[in-house]
Design a protein around this ligand. Structure first.
Ligand SMILES: CCCCCCCCCCC/C=C/C(=O)SCCNC(=O)CCNC(=O)[C@H](O)C(C)(C)COP(=O)(O)OP(=O)(O)OC[C@H]1O[C@@H](n2cnc3c(N)ncnc32)[C@H](O)[C@@H]1OP(=O)(O)O
Ligand SMILES: NC(=O)C1=CN([C@@H]2O[C@H](COP(=O)(O)OP(=O)(O)OC[C@H]3O[C@@H](n4cnc5c(N)ncnc54)[C@H](OP(=O)(O)O)[C@@H]3O)[C@@H](O)[C@H]2O)C=CC1
Length: 280
């Protein structure tokens, strides 16, 4: 879809890039010429991902840093190390934590577990990079992966909904504050994209997965390359005038839930015939 060198010369950090959508994005960025660094807590997972990906071809080497983004000092150390051989160009805030729970049953530690990763961790990494971009007068680009319930809210994933709303607010706030310095911030709001991490934590019963994947106008889940293509565009210079935007990629799922009459897609042909005005 893109020229092979779309991202050549760009250094990109993908948080949570060892698994799932983060890994898919990291692989695609690398194929388009970016020098990609992935981070996460599980070093064995990161090392294995890099080994598998780097063995495939001679695109720029993908590297990894073990880092728990909830730990501001660890984030500082990681970002310093990344900057030691030249500034980063792109940060992709992808790392997240989530699970389903009835909200009145959440413990304070459960709330903190999700807010700590998604809200605090994401802001630590973004601020650590932004400070360096501003000090070095270097153009920067931040892409955050949120979700469509960042603006609608959602039952049963309360801490995630609160945290993703915060990340969206960060995106819009900093897009204005840092735009004059050549730093852009955008977000992607995905619908269902099957990954082990999400499905293990969010699908209560296997048969519900299929129902969930089909509850959008396109009647299917997203394909990883559909999301990674969008991410490549947003982190490339081709999207240079897009700033403070959130792009939804959900097959129309959230709109389907919004329109008051959308449920009429359940009506049969007979139902529609029956309500047609009778010709005299
Ligand atoms: C119906 C079909 C649905 C299909 C899905 C479609 C997708 C739709 C869009 C969803 C949008 C967002 C998606 C995502 O973000 S997916 C990302 C999923 N990946 C991850 O979550 C990876 C990282 N996650 C984790 O590491 C853990 O899950 C966790 C977030 C819990 C953090 O781990 P940590 O080790 O820090 O936490 P602890 O295990 O020590 O637990 C801390 C406290 O949290 C309580 N807890 C943990 N899990 C649950 C649970 N399932 N329910 C209630 N409470 C939970 C735990 O008990 C601890 O509290 P206490 O000490 O008080 O017991
Ligand atoms: N899959 C989907 O349908 C949807 C996903 N999303 C979003 O997409 C993104 C990716 O999710 P997905 O790929 O499905 O899930 P994964 O569970 O595969 O990815 C989450 C990643 O975050 C990393 N991570 C978690 N906590 C931390 C931490 N404290 N420090 C550093 N890294 C951390 C994990 O690695 P480790 O555990 O080793 O730290 C893991 O690699 C998330 O932002 C999610 O909210 C949004 C909407 C829908």
């Amino acid at each position: 879809m893109y020229k092979d060198d779309l991202l050549a010369g760009k250094k990109v950090l993908v948080t949570g890039g060892g698994t799932g959508l983060g890994r898919s994005m990291a692989e695609h960025f690398r194929r388009l010429g970016a020098a990609v660094v992935i981070c996460g807590r599980r070093q064995d997972v990161l090392a294995q991902t890099c080994e598998e990906v780097n063995a495939r071809d001679d695109a720029p080497e993908m590297t990894w840093k073990g880092c728990d983004i909830r730990d501001a000092q660890a984030v500082h150390d990681m970002v310093e190390a990344i900057w030691s051989d030249g500034p980063l160009d792109v940060l992709v805030n992808n790392a997240a934590g989530n699970f389903i729970s009835r909200s009145h049953e959440l413990s304070s530690r459960a709330v903190d577990a999700v807010l700590g990763i998604v809200l605090h961790g994401t802001s630590y990494v973004t601020l650590a990079c932004g400070k360096r971009w501003l000090a070095g007068e270097h153009a920067g680009n931040v892409l955050s992966i949120v979700t469509s319930y960042a603006w609608t809210g959602s039952a049963y994933v309360l801490p995630s909904a609160m945290a993703k709303a915060g990340v969206l607010a960060m995106t819009r706030s900093l897009a204005v504050e840092w735009g004059p310095h050549g730093i852009r911030l955008n977000a992607i709001a995905p619908g269902p994209f099957p990954t082990k991490g999400a499905w293990e934590r969010l699908v209560p019963r296997p048969e519900l997965a299929e129902r969930f994947e089909q509850k959008n106008p396109l009647r299917r889940a997203g394909r990883h390359e559909e999301l990674t293509n969008l991410a490549c565009y947003l982190i490339s210079d081709q999207s240079g005038y897009v700033n403070g935007e959130v792009v939804t990629i959900d097959g129309g799922e959230w709109l389907q839930g919004a329109g008051q009459f959308n449920f009429l897609s359940e009506m049969t042909d007979g139902d529609w015939e029956a309500i047609k005005p009778k010709k005299k």
